[in-house]
Design a protein around this ligand. Sequence first.
Ligand code: CA2
Length: 152
Amino acid sequence: MTKPIYVLNGPNLNRLGTREPDVYGRTTLAEVEVMCREAAAGHPIVFRQSNREYELIEWVHEAIDEAGGIIINPAAFTFTSMALMDALKMFPGPLVELHISNIHRREPIYHRSYISPVATAVIAGLGANGYPTAVRAMRELIAARPAQSAGA
Ligand code: CA2
């Protein structure tokens, strides 16, 4: 059975494409979801967004049992949430932290990610194209892993 790739999106990303187009572009989150499904080429995708830290943590717990890989744009929780970092640390598969903007070119408050130290890879600054890039990279990361035995 092919385990899905979970693509999780944090607070305010449901408003993508509606403001600050110079930083975040004009692509909406619904369009990003379509881009992810195209890049997945049939690999199942679970695509979700929440403004609640609790809900994102619950989805990471769900992914520990269900997902082959996690791509997460934690948005502002990147810089604040040790709880989300603790949950992601428990995920045994590949984890890609994703940002639309290059957070390292921005103000110093955007430079210290709680998530990067527990991520397999980080993608930042490719705009909305970072999402399909992450999905393609995730398919390769999953394919490169040895098959998991039942119960492992
Ligand atoms: O570049 C990214 O993807 C971010 O994760 C987006 C976060 C920001 O806090 C991170 O530093 C970088 C914020 C997203 C704010 O949501 C918006 C939604 C629509 C338009 C503008 C912002």
